[in-house]
Each structure stands twice: as C-alpha cells, then as structure tokens.
Design a protein around this ligand. Structure first.
Ligand code: FAD
Length: 449
C-alpha cells in the first residue's frame, strides 16, 4: 500500500506498481478489504440487504489465524448470520475462563452462566481456519462476490468522484473496482490506517506473544472441561485453549524485556518458558509440539481515524487491544455489524448516515475502553489478588463475568458492579501501600503467608 495524499475531496493513494493500461473497472455498492471475521460479517449483512458487495481476501481459506477463543456474545451474531449450528459443530464448548496463579497457589474459574446476561451463557473455542472458512462461505452464500487470493494494493478514497481500488490476484492479474463505499477489514495489515499514516501504537500495552499447537497436554483437572485457562506468572501470562481433536493452543504473553532475553530458536525459548512455570510444566510434561512457533510483537495499536465520507474501518483494521480476555473476534464482528448498518444507510442517504457513523465510532471506542481498564492492570499484584479472591459484594463478580463474556456495551445493569470493582481495586492498592494484601477473602499483612 502506498502513502495517501490529501486531494481536497478525499485521499489519493499514488500506486507504485499498478500497470499503465488499467483493466476495465467493476462497479459495486461496497468493496470490503479482507475476508476474516469482520469482513465476512459485513459482507453477509450487506449482501442480505440486496447490496452488491465485493469481498477481497488475499489468502485462500482455510488458512491458519490466531484468535481461537470466543465469547458468549459472539453467539448472538452467529444467530443473526445464520451460522449458529455450523459453529457449534466445529467448536469446543467453552463454559468460562479459569485463572491459575502459582504465586497464590490457587485457581479460580469464572463461569459465564454466573454473569448478568443470561441469554448467552457459553462460548466456543475454534480452529480459526474452519471458523473463518464458514464465515467466508456464508458471505458468498448471501450473494457477495467473495474472491480469494486477491490482494488489495491501492485505494483512492473520494466519495464524490467515486472510490478507486486496485487489487492483484495470485496469478498476477490486476483488477480495478469503483465501489461507492469501502470497508477496511484487513486486520493487522491495517491497509487504510497504514496508508493514511493514522496507525499509532498503544503506549499503555507494549506486549507480544509466542504461540503454537500441542497434542497430549494434560487437562487442568481430572478431565478437559472446555474452559480457557490463563496461567499467570511473574512476567505475564499463558493461554491454554482446548481445540477439537485433542489439540491445545498454548501461547505466552509478556513484555519486550522478556522477549529480548531470548537466545536461540523461538521454539527452544518457548519450550524453556513453558517448563519454567510449575503449573504449566506439569501440563506439558508429556505433550508434543505439532506446529510452528509463531511470534506476534507489539500487537496493541489503534488508528487515529475510524470512518469518513463513504468509508470505515472494522475489527483489527481499526484497533487491537489485547488477547487476555479473548475479545478480538467479538469486537471485530460487532464493529462489522454496526459498520454494515452505517454503509447501508450511507448508500441511501449520506446525510442521514453521518450521525450513525459518529455513533458507530463512539460505540466501538467505548467497547474497547471498557476492557482496557482490566487489560492494562492484568500484571498488577492487586488485580491478581482480586482475581484469585473474587468477591460478589455489590455483584462485583457477576459484573466482572459479564465483562469477560464480552458484554462490553455500556449497560446500567453492569455499571454499578464494575464501578464497585474499580473502587475495591483503588482501596486494595492503598492497603498494599500500608503493607496489606488480599488473601483468602480478607486482608493480611504482606509476608505473613
Ligand atoms: C497473540 C494473539 C492472540 C489472540 N487471541 C485471541 C483469542 O483467543 N480470541 C479472540 O477473539 N481474539 C484473539 N486475538 C485477536 C484476533 O486474532 C483478532 O482480533 C481477529 O482475528 C480480528 O478479526 P478481523 O476480521 O478484524 O481481522 P483478521 O481476522 O486478521 O482478518 C483480516 C483478513 O484480511 C486479509 N487481508 C489483509 N490485507 C489484505 C489485503 N491487502 N487485501 C486483501 N485481503 C487482505 C487477511 O488475509 C485476513 O484474512 C488474538 C490476537 C493475537 C495477536
């Protein structure tokens, strides 16, 4: 993608590698860049409304992707897309999330059924290759012109004169599109934000991850119960996500200092790290690594802009916060759902769509904001004490479970419990300054066990 230059009415990309003689352009109502969960969701909803939609995906499904643990609120979107049964067939039933701390010598499970939202009380863990393939096929089924192996190279945004998009297929064939509306759902490639120079690293969350798939990992308890397990350690945390056919996805998340200490191959460093934390080491003692080890560094960012006249960004193309609460796919699909509404309205009446687009932006930012408070504190000893000693005073535990379930849109029901949780955090931070910490549901002097 080449840099954008402002041209008054819109932004113009100056293509480096488009051919001199341009092929004939294909017109459409909406062009969507990227056929992951966000792109496929927007494509399905718009095609169902009779819009002509072109969905361009640079890879071919099925393909590997990280982001395997879903949240209960995803189920509502699956129902709306008509894929609930297909997701149930490929997913491992996920009743909740378990946190394990060797430092505390304890563990806690948060069951989604104990949350404030009783409509959706479980989720799934999925192989993203299967999951994304279903969503992409659904978009095609709904009538979208969904093309694989086609990479978007350049976009010129100009709602008045008509947007201009150039893409290239794997065989080298170049295609040109003249869409009325553009949705960027290109994930971490951040096609538009990259070109506009609007992408900014998140200064509060400078972490990275190392991950792979295993076979033969011991369950946390007597038998596998489908929970995601988060093993906390001094410098970060591990995820263990049970996938179909006895496969376990394992990843470690930490700060740059931790990854800088890496010596040798990523695989050796990964295995040594897993073996260094007792509760993790016990589970992988007889396990076999069956995939490549992948690294994603500095993954937290946001674009300074999210939408404009005749275009918007959905999912990771706008921002990614953190994997700790498994919220990425839900946020991506929910923003695509709202974004499809904006695009549909804009196609009929751009003036009526403007306030809707601003509301879309506010809602997406608020949803990310409601999770970021917890994400930024996940390594704080006070928050960890609270996770290991959960109290339901003022319905704090129920409020926390609702947040963990992805019930991220502001809701009066949840405000009081979440506020109570934050007040308790502030109070326990103060207590810690005076040498006290939370243990077994009460305050004890630090160092006294
Ligand atoms: C380490 C880590 C762990 C994570 N774990 C979880 C988890 O457990 N649960 C969870 O919900 N989320 C998790 N996530 C987040 C999750 O991966 C993303 O939030 C989610 O995939 C976003 O969906 P999306 O549709 O916006 O983008 P993507 O899923 O990335 O889809 C974007 C698509 O666009 C395509 N594309 C890119 N550029 C172009 C182009 N120029 N032309 C055409 N196509 C293009 C890509 O090939 C891709 O298929 C994790 C993220 C990280 C980094």
């Amino acid at each position: 993608m080449t840099p954008y230059r402002g041209t008054g009415a819109g932004h113009r990309a100056m293509p480096l590698d488009t051919p001199d003689a341009e092929p004939e352009a294909t017109s459409c109502d909406v062009l969507i860049i990227g056929g992951g969960p966000a792109g496929a969701t927007a494509a399905t909803l718009l095609a169902e409304r009779g819009r002509s939609v072109v969905l361009l995906e640079k890879d071919h499904h099925p393909r590997f992707h990280i982001g395997e643990s879903l949240l209960p609120l995803n189920l509502r979107i699956f129902e709306r897309l008509g894929v609930a049964d297909r997701m149930a067939a490929i997913g491992v039933y996920k009743p909740g999330a378990r946190f394990v701390s060797d430092e505390h010598g304890s563990h806690t499970a948060f069951s989604f059924a104990a949350g404030l939202n009783q409509d959706y009380t479980h989720a799934y863990q999925v192989r993203r290759s299967d999951f994304d393939q279903i969503l992409f096929a659904r978009a095609r089924e709904a009538g979208a012109d969904a093309r694989e192996g086609v990479r978007v190279l350049d976009v010129t945004l100009d709602a008045r004169a008509g947007h201009h998009v150039t893409a290239r297929a794997k065989d080298g064939a170049v295609a040109v599109f003249r869409p009325r509306f553009v949705i960027d759902a290109s994930g971490r490639d951040t096609v538009l934000a990259g070109a506009m120079g609007s992408k900014a690293r998140n200064p509060h969350n400078n972490t990275g991850a190392l991950y792979g798939h295993f076979r033969g990992v011991a369950p946390f308890g007597d038998a596998e119960d489908g929970n995601i397990t988060i093993h906390l350690f001094d410098e970060g945390w591990f995820w263990m996500i049970p996938l179909p056919d006895g496969v376990m996805s394992i990843g470690v998340v930490s700060n740059p200092g931790f990854f800088k200490r890496r010596r040798g191959e990523p695989r050796d460093f990964f295995m040594d790290t897993l073996r260094s934390v007792p509760s993790v080491a016990r589970r992988i003692a007889d396990a076999e690594l069956i995939s490549e080890v992948t690294t994603t560094g500095n993954y937290s960012y946001a674009s300074k802009v999210m939408q404009g006249d005749g275009w918007l960004m959905a999912g990771d193309a706008y921002a990614f916060l953190d994997p700790v609460f498994s919220s990425g796919v839900l946020l991506a699909m929910a923003s695509a759902e709202m974004g499809a509404e904006v695009a549909d309205t804009w196609l009929d009446d751009p003036v009526r769509a403007a306030p809707l687009a601003r509301a879309f932006e506010r809602k997406v930012k608020r949803a990310i904001g409601s999770l970021s408070w917890l994400v930024y504190r996940i390594n704080s000893p006070v928050l960890r004490d609270m996770f290991m000693n959960p109290s339901n005073r003022f319905r704090m535990r129920e409020g926390l479970v609702s947040l963990l379930a992805g019930d991220v849109h502001v809701n009066a029901n949840r405000q009081v419990p979440v506020l109570a949780f934050k007040v308790a955090f502030a109070w326990l931070t103060l207590a810690r300054r005076f040498g006290y910490r939370l243990r077994n549901g009460g305050l004890v002097r630090m160092g006294s066990g």
